[in-house]
Design a binder for this molecule. Sequence first.
Ligand code: NAP
Length: 248
Amino acid sequence: MKLLEGKTAIITGASRGIGRGIAKVFAEQGANVAFTYSSSSEAALVLETELKALGVQAKAYQSDAASFEQAQQLADDVLNAFGSIDILINNAGITKDNLLMRISEEDFDKVIEVNLKSVFNMTKAVQRTMLKQRKGSIINMSSVVGLKGNAGQTNYAASKAGIIGFSKSVALELGSRNIRCNVIAPGFIETEMTAKLDEDTVAGWRAAIPLKRGGTPEDIANACVFLASDMSAYITGQTLNVDGGMLT
Ligand code: NAP
């Protein structure tokens, strides 16, 4: 049985990394997938083709998650093309790491806009459709760093902790309309974002994880399938750590 058969999902930031992994697993589970990217047009078109080959409807949209107007336009375009919006995954995110001493105002603001304001933009953009449908599942990508903090990532940690407060509030506001909102807090997932780190640091992290490995995009995607599907119909306002036991 396919767990997401006939459902339409919007996934932000799916040209690479975790988002791309979610898009593929969602298509395998029967979901129609509308996904966004910022600048990787070629990778996005390759993914669109791969998803269609799995027999679902799929479309790539270049859309800046930090832009309120572009989020509204995206939700309109997806509704026109797909006919419904059942699942929203706010996955797009960036890092601009620096010690507080050195971080610029611009780099603080940019990370908050792309990682946190984007979640507001997209949730607001799909809200009317989900209210009319009287159902919806919203999944927001936080981080272990949003739960415990990290030196050199004040901007990123603030954005990821903000996502948790936002999501709990949405769960309280929209629960009566059968719209659920949950958070996933990935630990160390091996993608391009983490490939920027030096190999010694990465080896140290792997050794410190109880399950002794970095996570894969599929590990996150499988948790998203559960939270997006009717298997989690009575779960809202929660944060699920998918981190190999890192925060235990
Ligand atoms: P990634 O490999 O760097 O991919 C980021 C994705 O977001 C790309 O598809 C990128 O599109 C897109 N994106 C960036 N800025 C955007 C914008 N303004 N509007 C729309 N899309 C935008 O990152 P990742 O490692 O897969 O991380 C995905 C999410 O998981 C992020 O929210 C991240 O904070 C979170 N996370 C990751 C880890 C980890 O260990 N990797 C751990 C905890 C949480 P382009 O390709 O066009 O640039």
